[in-house]
Design a protein around this ligand. Structure first.
Ligand code: SAH
Ligand code: MG
Length: 200
């Protein structure tokens, strides 16, 4: 079976099971970014069923991805998908809560796409695993257009989540060590880069 066919199958599976994989233009944007910036090793927080990890790995033959997932069923599905695409030598899957997972490895790019309420924690924890001029990319910044919108009609849970995301955006904007750009693509993507110095 060919690559495109297998990828369409993963998209269909995610759609049927309601698994929030990256939106089409979002993943295309991320892959283009990886290509343009010659990213070679990626750490991903939130694998789900391996869709974004697979797409990133397929950008170039010498790209490696380490990806963390805490949900056992999704992890198992991701393992299968990665095998089917014959990418198991370049994608390392880790079954763990990312907040309990420690590594001393350094990455060109860290992709945050897990629990939205923990984004600041993920950012702070893993920024020490970034190469000097590496990037942190965050997905779902707009959360279906709900960030910075009227919260009066939202459920309590949703309101709390949106408030956390809004705090994350403020955190990024106020972060002196990183410069962040926001892109209206997919569900909203932020790209943060470590500054060379205060003015960089
Ligand atoms: N990046 C994937 C989609 C990830 S969906 C893609 O685009 O293909 C978000 C995933 O993050 C969910 O599967 C969820 O189980 C996982 N997750 C949430 N919080 C996590 C945590 N603290 N550690 C590891 N995985 C987490
Ligand atoms: Mg996402």
């Amino acid at each position: 079976m060919d690559q495109d066919f297998l990828i369409r199958k993963i998209e269909k599976y995610a759609d049927e099971k309601g698994i929030p994989i990256m939106e089409k233009d979002g993943i295309n944007f991320l892959c283009e970014f990886i290509k343009l910036n010659k990213i070679k090793n990626v750490l991903e927080i939130g694998s789900a069923i391996g869709y974004s990890a697979i797409n990133m790995a397929l950008v170039d033959q010498d790209i490696t991805v380490t990806t963390i997932e805490r949900d056992k069923d999704r992890y198992i599905e991701a393992v299968k998908n990665i095998k089917r695409l014959k990418l198991d030598s370049r994608i390392t899957l880790i079954l763990a809560d990312a907040l309990n997972f420690n590594t001393s490895e350094e990455y060109d790019l860290i992709f945050i796409d897990a629990a939205k309420s923990q984004y600041i924690k993920f950012f702070n924890k893993f920024s020490s695993n970034l190469k000097p001029r590496g990037y942190i990319v965050t997905d779902n910044i707009n959360f279906h257009g709900l960030t910075n919108s009227d919260k009066s009609k939202m459920s309590r849970n949703l309101r709390q989540l949106i408030t956390k995301l809004e705090k994350y955006i403020i955190f990024l904007n106020e972060n002196k060590e990183f410069k962040t750009r926001f892109f209206e693509v997919g569900d909203g993507v932020a790209i943060s880069r470590k500054r060379k110095n205060k003015n960089g």
